[in-house]
Every structure is written in C-alpha cells, then in structure tokens.
Design a protein around this ligand. Structure first.
Ligand code: DAH
Length: 446
C-alpha cells in the first residue's frame, strides 16, 4: 500500500497501519472530555471533529480589522447599504438547528455531514454560512440588515480554499400591505433610473419560472416585485464594487437560476472578470418558513440584547443574499492566495489602509517546494478532508496544495508558496535539506 517515492521526496513510512479517521483530533482538552472554545467549555463526543488549528482562528475576526482587506471590503459594502443595520460580532458557535433545520435544509443534505462541517459535539457546530443567523436577526426585528462573519467548512487545500472564510449576508423585508408594496415599487423605480444611466450590461432571466417558482403562500405580483428589488439592489452593489468609469468597458453581470433550501425563486450572480465568468453571490426571495420561524422561535435567541416582541414578520416578504468576502477581495486587491488574508507579516498588512482599495504587491523571492508523503490507510479509507485537516495541524499555512497523486495512497504537498511563509520558513530552515523541512512524524494520537 505504500507509494513509491522518488529519491528527492520525503517518504514517511509507518511500521503498522494507523487508522487516520477519528484519530486526528489534535485538540487541547481542559479535562479528559471537555474542550474550551472562546472561553466556553463544551463536552466532546463521537461527533467532535474540530481541530486546534480551527479553534485558534475563532477569536481573530479579520473582518473587524479596519485596515485589513476584508475589513475594508466590509466597510465599502456597508457604506453602499448605509441605511441597513450593520452586524459583525455574532458568535460562531451555533446549533445544527440554526445552521440547517430552521432554514429548511432537508435531513439528508450533504452539508450536514462530519466530512463537510466542524462539529464541537452532537449539539453544537461552527456556522457554515451567515444564513445561520437569518432567523434570529429577523426575530430581533431587523427589516434591512447586513451581517458579516467568519464561517467554517471542511475543505481541500489550495490557493482559493481555506476552512475559514468570511461571508456577508444581506436581507430586506417589506410589509405586504398597500403602503409596503408601494414602497417596493418606488425603490425599484429609483434603482432602475440609476442603473439605466450607468456603465453596466446585465444578462437577466425571468424573476419567476416553472423551475424557479414563486412560493405557494406568496402573491406572484409581490414576489416579482421583491425579486426585482433584489436584482436592482445587487446590481447597484456590483457596480459600486467592480464598475469602472464611463470610459471603461461596461461591467458585465449575469443572473443564473439556482437552488437554495431557504429561498425561492433563487439566483446566482456572476461578473465577467478577465474574460471569465466568476460567481459572486447567491440570493433569492426568502422562504416564508424563515420568517415564520423568526416569530415562533424568538425566545430561543437571547443573542441580541433586547429582543423585540414578535414583529409579525410572517406577513412580510423579503429577499436575502450571501456573498464570500475573500473571493471579492482577491479580485479587488489582486491578492493571489486565500492564505495571505491570515498573514500577520508587516510586509502584507502595511500595504493596506482604511477605506482604500490598493493593489497587493508580492514580495517573496522564493519558489515552492514539493513533498510526497505516504502512509498506511485503514480499511474504510480516509476522507480527503480528514487528511487535509491533519496537514493543516502539522504544516499550517505552509502547505499550499495537497493532491492525491497516482492512486489514493500517495499525496503530494506543494508547500511554501505563500510568499510570507516561504520567506519565514526558508530563513528558519536554510541549513536543512529539502527532505527535512516537514516534520517526520505525524501527530496521530494513540
Ligand atoms: N448561504 C449560502 C451559501 O453559503 C449563500 C446564500 C444563498 C445566502 C442564497 C442567501 C441566499 O441569503 O438567499 O452558499
């Protein structure tokens, strides 16, 4: 089962098979069966798969640093939606009910699985998306709001995936009485006038279609108006973020039909960037279940200091969107690798200042290096995300890419291409041969 390693590549050979799954939990326990997360203790159980590397990220909240690219982008979007409530300090630990059930995720949705999400124990997990806070935010009486937060998903390792990233959820609800609907119409006219004069080309699709239907409890006219309001609001945001001047090429935006358990109709939005269509956000007309739950479960959300009595949100209709901040920031600041956002190197951080979009200048002169690793695999195999978490715990952000090479027993590490990491790492290991730069023992318990 061992892979063949070339003479220049590191081969880690185990003398007996060691199952990886279930044994990679490199976590500091406060006692034999508890872990501490943001000063709170949680019991561990058979579901626990959170790692120390992930726990260490929880207090960092990059989106709240005003001169960090993620903080700068957050402020820019907030200034566009200036009359919305701006929330950005919401606790990352949620119940699976909040993350999935209250939003209508089916019981067999793959996002729930332990290979995709970080569980603290069977009752608590790290939010996988900012939509996890929709119900409680509506329950707190907010009718137009933005909520920015760190979100956590188990993922592969490469330059555009990281197990922690940042999302912003935006939402707006309207009353369905005459005044509420007149308000939507007036806003649509205002936004349409603005977009008509702007340098933007939009490829649109119908607001509602048989494959992207109106919800049974919605008046189709109201749903159309709200979907239009969503599209106009989103297009103006994209113009603010990516639009050039009148003499530049127009910004090209396209709308695509999508599916999310918590919206209908649902859409994805893409922009044309350097000749390629890039997905920027997901959105749609909020499922009535979310608004109904906001009224029903009000008392379960002590998160906001003074919860309102239920504002009768079931009578409202509204839209929501969710966007990934890193993806947008990588374009706007020309940041080539998602791991750079976590850098504390002054050569990275000093390049940015509050309220300014600037172009990142790479500063490392060192190339990548490669490591091959082989190991015994237990009977049922190893999930790639389990292995990637193990790599993160050992090599941190130095591991740039982990690929299965040839057959599934052999993995290749493309390490050290993050410019900062390369500099720091190679300086501290100049006198070592390539074969020694990764630890020669894996921290597998047992
Ligand atoms: N929560 C979704 C995700 O993480 C993004 C999203 C899609 C948010 C549609 C929304 C929405 O509010 O309406 O992929």
């Amino acid at each position: 089962m061992l892979s063949v390693a070339t003479s220049t590549r590191l081969l880690l050979r185990r003398h007996r098979p060691l199952p990886l799954t279930g044994r990679i939990r490199n976590i500091h326990r406060t006692s034999s069966n508890e872990i501490s997360i943001l000063d709170q203790r949680y019991e561990v159980d058979g579901t626990t798969n959170i790692t120390q590397t992930i726990i260490a990220k929880l207090p960092l909240r990059l989106h709240n640093q005003p001169a960090h690219p993620l903080g700068i982008l957050r402020s820019k979007i907030e200034s566009h939606f200036h009359d919305f409530a701006h929330l950005s300090s919401v606790h990352p630990v949620v119940t699976p009910a909040k993350n999935f059930d209250l939003l209508g995720f089916p019981p067999d949705h793959p996002g729930r699985s332990a290979t995709d999400s970080y569980y603290i124990n069977k009752d608590y997990m790290l939010r996988t998306h900012t939509s996890a806070h929709e119900v409680e935010t509506f329950a707190a009486g907010q009718s137009k709001w933005l909520l920015t937060a760190d979100v956590y998903r188990r993922d592969e390792i490469d330059s555009s995936h990281y197990p922690v990233f940042h999302q912003m959820e935006g939402a707006r609800v309207f009353k369905t009485d005459k005044a509420g609907i007149e308000g939507v119409k007036a806003d649509n006219e205002r936004l349409s006038r603005y977009l008509d004069q702007s340098n933007i080309v939009i490829e649109d699709i119908p607001h509602i279609s048989p494959t992207n239907p109106v919800q049974p409890t919605h008046d189709p006219v109201h749903s159309e108006l709200v979907a239009l309001n969503l599209k106009l609001s989103t297009n103006s945001l994209l113009l603010k973020l990516f639009g050039g001047g009148a003499r530049d090429a127009p910004l090209q935006v396209r709308w695509i039909e999508a599916y999310f358990p918590f919206t209908s109709p649902s859409f994805e939005v893409e922009i044309l960037y350097q000749g390629k269509w890039l997905e920027i956000l997901g959105c749609g007309v909020v499922q009535q279940l979310t608004l109904d739950n906001a009224g029903k479960y009000l008392c379960y959300f002590p998160l906001f200091a003074q919860p309102h009595p239920s504002p009768g949100i079931s009578d409202n209709i509204g839209w929501a969107f969710g966007l990934g901040l890193e993806r947008i920031a990588m374009i706007l600041f020309s940041i080539p690798d998602i791991r750079l956002f976590w850098s504390t190197d002054p050569r990275f951080l000093s390049q940015f200042s509050e309220n300014k979009i600037t172009t990142f200048k790479p500063y490392s002169k060192y190339p990548a290096c490669f490591k091959d690793i082989s190991f015994w695999v237990p009977e049922g195999g190893v999930h790639e995300n389990d292995f990637c978490d193990l790599v993160r715990d050992v090599a941190g952000d130095l591991a740039e890419d982990v690929k299965i090479v040839g057959d599934r027993w052999s993995c290749r590490f493309l390490s050290l291409t993050s410019p900062i990491a390369v500099d720091r790492f190679l300086h501290s290991s100049q006198d070592r041969s390539q074969e020694r730069v990764l630890p020669d023992k894996l921290p597998v318990d047992g």
